[in-house]
Design a protein around this ligand. Structure first.
Ligand code: PAF
Length: 273
């Protein structure tokens, strides 16, 4: 991969990079399309990174659809696919480096998935070293991941521009995710409830206080037969710290993580004061 791209770089071709864990959906294809518009060569990677899973069952069940993914990548004219094996990336030592992301890693996903962002940092840094793109594209569904990757790039002074792309949703509002493929029909039918709640939160945020809104969300999930709330929080969009009181001229986002059986779904929405 390195020598292939070296040749392209010698010819002054710009490289756009879309790292993924496969089981591609329209959200990924949208990232590739964005990358195609601004770069000469677009590289996608497919690598189910073991060190970012804090739950072995989630790793074992992560959907793997390489043949279909290749067809999808071809359909959007992705130029290069990098799909290394675990041993090519980690050799014998499947462990992550430890990172300090100035506290971003301790919020939300970091609290509920210990070690997750060390795993993400390790793989993204490694992939960036191999591909050394000019631009790299990430979806806002994993908003915390997006900020952490921006921090990784800033702290390591990497000459890479990180582009965040809006959440891609199914027609019924469910945020696209590779994990959606694992939902049963019943779970899939109720999953749009998550976005419905977030849209109501967005409205409520204009007139109600944050503590009341959080209580309201918890009540909506309290007796839900299928969806279990793991966390809901309204946080500062930059620090990702949860808030109880909103201030003017500050940007906030609502974040949510919900279980449908053992499948974990996350979503978020930007709020307006
Ligand atoms: O968002 C993902 O799919 C993964 O966390 C990433 C960025 C490809 C790293 O494994």
């Amino acid at each position: 991969m390195k020598s292939f791209l070296e040749e392209s770089k010698k010819n002054r071709k710009t490289i756009g990079f879309v790292p993924t864990m496969g089981a591609l959906h329209k959200g990924h294809l949208f990232l590739i399309e964005q990358a195609k518009k601004k770069n000469d060569i677009v590289v996608a990677s497919i690598f189910v990174n073991p060190t970012q899973f804090n739950n072995q069952e989630d790793l074992d069940n992560y959907p793997k659809t390489l043949d279909k993914d290749i067809e999808l990548l071809e359909s959007v004219f992705c130029d290069v696919l990098f799909a290394p094996t675990v041993s090519e990336i980690y050799h014998e030592n499947i462990v992550s480096e430890k990172f300090d992301f100035d506290g971003l890693e301790h919020q939300m996903e970091g609290k509920f998935r210990p070690g997750h962002f060390d795993g993400v940092g390790t793989i993204v840094k490694t992939l960036f070293e191999i591909v050394s793109p000019k631009n790299a594209y990430f979806g806002e569904k994993d908003f915390q991941q997006l900020l952490i990757i921006k921090k990784l790039v800033a702290k390591n002074q990497l000459p890479i521009s990180i582009k965040g792309c809006a959440i891609f949703r199914e027609k019924d509002g469910l945020a696209m995710s590779s994990r959606n493929a694992r939902l049963t029909t019943e779970q899939r039918n109720v999953a749009p409830f998550i976005y419905k709640i977030l849209k109501i939160v967005k409205k409520k945020f204009q007139e109600e206080n944050v503590v009341e809104i959080a209580e309201w969300v918890e009540n909506q999930f309290k007796n839900h037969p299928i969806l279990q709330l793991e966390y809901f929080t309204i946080a500062n969009e930059k620090s990702l710290k949860s808030i109880n009181i909103k201030e003017i001229d500050t940007k906030y986002r609502a974040f949510i993580a919900v279980f449908a059986g053992n499948i974990r779904l996350i979503d978020n929405i930007q709020l307006k004061n």
